[in-house]
Write a protein that binds this ligand. Structure first.
Ligand code: FAD
Length: 516
């Protein structure tokens, strides 16, 4: 009896001790962060925004959010975590605009750095090789607005501009200009980076080249981009935005591939798959005018699977006639369904910021802040027909859950020393299944259904050995990451141990477990 009482009292004492120790351990982190001398500040409460992203499926609450006012705020914070040594669980995630899909910019019980707070004045350099120096947390839309004041603009874009420089450069940054200029990571001269040891380093092709290449497309694993020097070109004022339809994928892709390899061609080339839609041209009529309204009114999509080639030709207002002649010449080389040609003349900024217009409409219908189970794939040219046949013939029957993009890219415009994993062939296709899931649904627009469909597509790609790479990749095991990077995995691991050996950075990518 006495023994039992003794053991019980001892256990209670031990548990209380452990509870106090654990509590002290976690509560000591915020108080130790408070001792840092910063221009900015930490918040320890009301950090709910840092648990959200565009994907809407992962929600990890950080212990603290840093609102940096200077690069040294970021360096001091990371150095502080680094100095806690391998025994610490603490991680750090840069958060750009939080438009990740699976929690990549989140850090469970770690520190999230709100990159938007790192405001630096943009420095535009004019001259024969113009460029702009921008903060890593800057939104591309702001860079566009500022550089246009000088008649200049970046060369390569994403379809949506309310994303940050650091966020897109950590992936690649792909849109309809990439066939000519390469992705955004091919248009950067130099970076300032804070590594996982808290060092601030400048890097470029000439200086710290390994870090420079590693960070570009490096999924935030090797450092936080605090500044980037981005190449600019003279900006046009107007864009002729054109859509034409095909009923046959072979003809559509043949024309796309011809256009991306021709010397004289359009400035923007993308494509869309449209399934199970009626009155297609009518739906697009609010923003596009049919070239031949009578013929267009007779065109019936009737739910067929169609392929829409989307093109943009840049020009200045005084060159409208020349631009129209060029467009006519280029279109005469394509074999689309003639009655389906629709076009619209828009300002350059409206063209580039076009997805924001859709965002406003979707927000008003409650369709923006809902889960987005997107799947983005890079597919070798020789396998695209196989992919399209199976995926749009058997797996997907409808594109009403969101747009499906399909367009080819030239590998020669990508630098093979960066971290991005690409398919083996010289030409590969981006296929972007940009689905949204309706929260209360149990049907084909439910999250479960779309995730299962994505899984079927990935399983098919693997079983058929298509050599596909995920873009904006998401995996759950390190073996899958290793397979994703293939022969480049070794370099990726070496860079991790050189620049972030304690695996402090970007834990939300779930590539390297925290080294504890
Ligand atoms: P976040 O989601 O905040 O961060 C993404 C990752 O980068 C995280 O791991 C984060 O830790 C890391 N990171 C963020 N900032 C930094 C930094 N400064 N330094 C180092 N690491 C950092 N992509 C395309 O290529 N082409 C498109 O056309 C395109 N269209 C899109 C349209 C929409 C509506 C959305 C939501 C996304 C689109 N994307 C596109 C994907 C987009 O490029 C990525 O999701 C990108 O990561 C989002 O940028 P962000 O600033 O919100 O980054």
């Amino acid at each position: 009896q006495t023994n039992l009482l003794f053991i019980r009292s001892f256990m209670i004492l031990l548990l209380s001790f452990l509870a106090i120790k654990l509590n002290l351990c976690f509560s000591s982190i915020p108080s130790s962060l408070k001792t840092l001398h910063l221009l900015g500040h930490f918040t320890f409460n009301e950090n709910e925004f840092a648990t959200r992203d565009f994907g809407g499926q992962y929600h990890f609450l950080p212990m603290a959010v840093l609102h940096p006012k200077s690069v040294s705020d970021i360096a001091a914070t990371i150095k502080h975590v680094w100095q806690r040594g391998p025994g610490s669980e603490l991680t750090v995630a840069a958060r750009g605009n939080g438009h990740s899909l699976q929690g990549q910019a989140q850090a469970q019980r770690g520190i999230v750095i709100k990159m938007e707070a790192l405001r630096r004045e943009m420095q535009i350099h004019t001259g024969t090789k113009p460029y702009v120096d921008v903060s890593g947390g800057e939104l591309w839309i702001n860079i566009l607005r500022e550089s246009l004041k000088y008649g200049l603009a970046p060369k390569s874009w994403t379809d949506y501009l309310h994303l940050t420089v650091g966020g897109t450069l950590s992936n690649a940054g792909i849109s309809g200009q990439a066939f000519r200029h390469g992705p955004q990571i091919s248009n950067v001269h130099q970076l300032e980076v804070v590594t996982g040891k808290g060092e601030v380093l400048n890097c470029s092709e000439q200086q710290n080249a390994d870090l420079f290449h590693g960070v570009l497309g490096g999924l935030g694993q090797f450092g936080i981009i605090t500044q980037a020097r981005i190449s600019l070109e003279p900006a046009p004022t107007r864009v002729m935005w054109i859509r034409v339809l095909y009923s046959d994928f072979s003809t559509f892709s043949r024309d796309q591939e011809h256009l991306i390899s021709a010397g004289k061609t359009f400035d923007y080339i993308e494509g869309l798959v449209v399934m199970n839609k009626t009155g297609l041209l009518n739906n697009w009529r609010s923003s596009f005018n049919p070239k031949d309204p009578v013929q267009a009114s007779r065109f019936k999509s009737d739910g067929r699977t169609l392929f829409c080639l989307e093109l943009g030709k840049y020009f200045n207002s005084e060159e409208t006639d020349v631009a129209n002649q060029e467009i006519e010449m280029l279109l005469s080389q394509c074999s689309y369904i003639p009655s389906t040609l629709i076009q619209s003349e828009v300002s350059y900024i409206d063209f580039l910021d076009r997805v924001h217009a859709s965002e406003l409409k979707m927000r008003s219908r409650g369709l923006w802040e809902i889960p987005h189970p997107w799947l983005n794939l890079l597919i070798p040219r020789s396998k695209i027909h196989n992919f399209v046949q199976e995926v749009f013939g058997n797996i997907i029957t409808d594109t009403s859950n969101g747009p499906v993009l399909v367009y080819p890219l030239n590998k020669s415009k990508w630098n093979n020393r960066t971290s991005v994993a690409l398919p083996e062939e010289d030409t590969f296709y981006l296929v972007a299944l940009l689905s949204h899931a309706v929260p209360s649904s149990t049907g084909t627009d439910s999250l479960e259904h779309i995730l299962a469909q994505n899984e079927r597509i990935l399983n098919f790609c693997e079983a058929a050995h298509l050599g596909v790479k995920q873009y904006l990749p998401h995996y759950t095991t390190q073996d899958q990451w290793q397979a994703h990077f293939g022969p480049r995995w070794e370099v990726f691991v070496r860079r991790k141990s050189a620049y972030d050996p304690l695996a402090i950075l970007a834990p939300g990518q779930r590539i390297f477990p925290k080294a504890i």
